[in-house]
Ligand binder design. Sequence first.
Ligand code: NAD
Length: 497
Amino acid sequence: MSIVNGDSPRILQNFIGGEYVDSIQTPCKYIPVTTPHTGEVVAQCPVSTAEDVEKAVEAAKEAYKLWSARTVKDRVQTLFRFHNLLHTHIDELADLIVLEHGKNKAEAIASIAKGAETVEYATSLPQLIQGKILDVSKGVTCNDTRVPLGVVASIVPFNFPIMVPMWSLPIAIATGNTLILKPSEKVPLTMNRVVALLKEAGVPDGVVNLVNGTVDAVNAICDHPDIKAVTFVGTSQVANLVTERCHKLGKRVLALGGAKNHLIASPDCNVETTSTDVVNSFAGCAGQRCMAASVLLIIGSQPELLERITAKAIALQPGSKAGEIGPVIDKASLDKITSYIEASEHGGANILVDGRSWTKSHTKGFWIGPTVIFHNNKEDKALHDEIFGPVLSIYQCSSKEEAIEIENNNPYGNAACIYTTTGATAEWFIKRFDAAMCGVNIGVPVPREPFSFGGINRSKFGNFVDITGDGGVEFFTWRRKVTTRWGQENLDPKLRM
Ligand code: NAD
């Protein structure tokens, strides 16, 4: 695995007012960025402070004056060009994702393409956000138009270095806001490159700013009175902290949290397609997707389904090529995943596929293979906590009622899926799932543009719209309502006041 741009780890900078700049503090502190393939340090990420956030806010406020005054048609011209650049640089960007995150190349490319979809949606905004007008009484009209909020910020997680930033960035700026983005300190390289592409596309200096760092930068974003709204994506614990901190200032916040997604296999499911889909869902992207399968509830005994899931999971190989499974993000994640497998084993669960063999066979990096656990005890922690790795917990239920009860009792609410060949069974589950993104025979039921993305319960905190699509437009704008009465001359005399 080569280190990008040279032999020594790259020292990264922030991107403020259209320029790469060092963090203000002296001496500047850095966090090493490792490639999960080998654990080798590939870059140093600055740990920004409140002063850096202040500098970014000043740049964003200055840029807002002209950017918000441009028409939406004009603003999205830059996004058409940016969309083109994302595609012409897709190979280079995918390599960065493979390097710093560990996804395989095909997964990295797919994630960029999915991010590009939200850019496409944002380029359609001139056709979608023209507002409303109506004669509401004699000679009186009301109109309603969308107004940008000002400077806004997005704090993003490690698991999709481009795709998650693209959930907010294109819509935020197309609607006239200027943005401060705080990438994950675990994967800062990709967005560090993307901001240069935004500049090349003609996005004016200060419209998109990048402030690297961790807790201090996040807290400074939440506390800054001139940042009008914050989107966050990450663990539920931090989503909750960010929401509370923003709400103390009455700030608009949309914070997407963790997940524990349940898939249910009805006895009438198609065994071949279900087993393929379940394995792709739990093992793809090394299980580091908030929409990944985590628990499979099998209704009744389904030995053939278990056999095929086991066979397909065992057949997966480690690596970076299409179909191969990459490493998990870091040592802490590897240790956490391993501890859940160990606890399940000690509690009497059957480990049908044991990914710990990959850890033993790799002397470097953070590798753990697909793991399938058959639980005999409903209370096993692996059935309840978010593990965020390539682990599938299977539990056999006696009835559909028991399956739905287990799904409903989990505190999260991102995804749920039913595998069945019967419409009535699908409908029964869809009406009862306590999750906002549901699938029928689809294990990663991500709504694609123009549909918005977002869960419920402990998967989403803050002001209750979804991210992307019309939820994103609602979040990044407020509505100006104007009630107008001109002179009465144009009205029929009988209608005059
Ligand atoms: P994380 O919560 O550790 O980090 C997210 C962001 O918050 C990062 O930018 C990080 O620097 C910052 N941060 C971390 N700890 C903080 C603290 N104590 N105070 C302030 N800021 C802090 O999440 P992660 O590990 O990067 O990402 C994985 C998590 O994200 C999983 O739980 C996954 O389910 C979730 N996720 C959810 C969605 C969704 O749509 N619901 C999408 C992607 C990922």
